[in-house]
Design a protein around this ligand. Structure first.
Ligand SMILES: [Zn+2]
Length: 317
């Protein structure tokens, strides 16, 4: 019999539940795209590399610019059609990172990175999914201006959802890289690790890129064995999250440990250890006696850990 805990209302996961209709059928319709770009309610997210331009003011910042305002900020490298919010077209305007960096001098703008925007709640939550969509897509364009087959310059088409090579005829589609992120569980305990990149108090799920020719389950078992030396059996899918850093999807899982001796890969991790469910409660609530914390609710790791705290090994049901 598993003890269940109720931690209260579920906090909101970041970058998911987009209110935007991607209107895929319009992507090849140049006349419709032109009409949308001239629409009175058209709005553009302005992004360059890791940086996003916001208009400060009010309790939260405004991330939408009119297309004319966005063009006035500098040289636009790519424009991508994100879709429709009701009747209002939404676009991503891509700038060179240097061009966005220069806008930091302006006091009528706030220029910052998307992680900070999400964690600190700088914009209304409904803007996070289209910002993630725009950042991942525009980042892909910035890295694919030349054809990987023949090296010729490629051309943006389909409203920003394809790049064509006029030299060899290849069509290139935006890609998303799968990352497995998992909580390794044994009875009432689970494994959390620390990367050197983390703030000093934070512990989180193990994670790594799925490799070509691997299933999600195989990627989970391989990454856990590599990073923590634990052999895993059952793997159950929990949920997923777009992760536009630069263009991943996080595939959240729980994995059942079949061994319990940790062998930590110190190249990958600063440390890893077992935590029991009671200790995790204090980390999620930010009341841990040593000040240890779990990732914030904007990240799927928070929710993967929280589900284990709430329902224990029933995560495998
Ligand atoms: Zn080519």
């Amino acid at each position: 019999m598993v003890t269940r805990r109720n931690l209260g209302p579920q906090p909101r996961l970041g970058y998911v539940a987009s209110p935007i209709d991607r209107a895929v059928g319009c992507r090849g319709d140049d006349a419709a795209l032109k009409k949308y770009s001239e629409h009175a309610q058209a709005g553009a997210y302005v992004i360059g590399g890791e940086l996003v331009a916001l208009k400060p003011g009010g309790p939260s910042c405004e991330p939408l610019f009119s297309p004319a305002q966005a063009r006035a900020l500098g040289a636009v490298r790519e424009v991508a059609f994100l879709g429709l919010l009701g009747d209002a077209p939404r676009f991503g305007f891509g700038f060179d990172p240097d061009a966005i960096e220069q806008l930091k001098a302006r006091d009528d703008l706030k220029i910052t990175d998307l992680r900070s925007i999400a964690v600190q709640g700088m914009v209304a939550a409904e803007h996070l999914p289209p910002l993630a969509e725009a950042k991942a897509l525009l980042g892909w364009h910035a890295r694919h201006r030349f054809c990987p087959h023949c090296g010729a310059p490629t051309k943006l088409t389909q409203g920003g959802w394809r790049r064509d090579c006029p030299s060899c005829g290849a069509e290139h589609f935006p890609r998303t890289d799968p990352v497995v992120i998992m909580l390794v569980i044994s009875g009432e305990r689970c494994v959390l690790g620390r990367s050197r990149r983390f703030v000093p108090t934070m512990w989180s799920c193990l994670a790594g890129f799925a490799e070509p020719g691997e299933t999600i389950e195989e990627a989970v078992r391989r990454e856990v064995l590599e990073e923590a030396g634990i052999v895993c059996g059952r793997v159950s899918y929990f949920a997923s999250q777009p992760w536009p850093f630069p263009s991943s999807i996080m595939i959240g899982c729980h994995a059942e440990a079949l061994s319990d001796t940790l062998v930590v890969d110190r190249e990958e991790l600063e440390d890893a250890r077992w935590f029991d469910r009671d200790e995790l409660v204090s980390m999620l609530n930010r009341r841990h006696p040593q000040g240890l914390t779990a990732p914030p609710p904007v990240a799927i790791a928070h929710h993967i850990i929280r589900s284990f705290v709430e329902i224990g090994s029933d995560v495998f049901r």
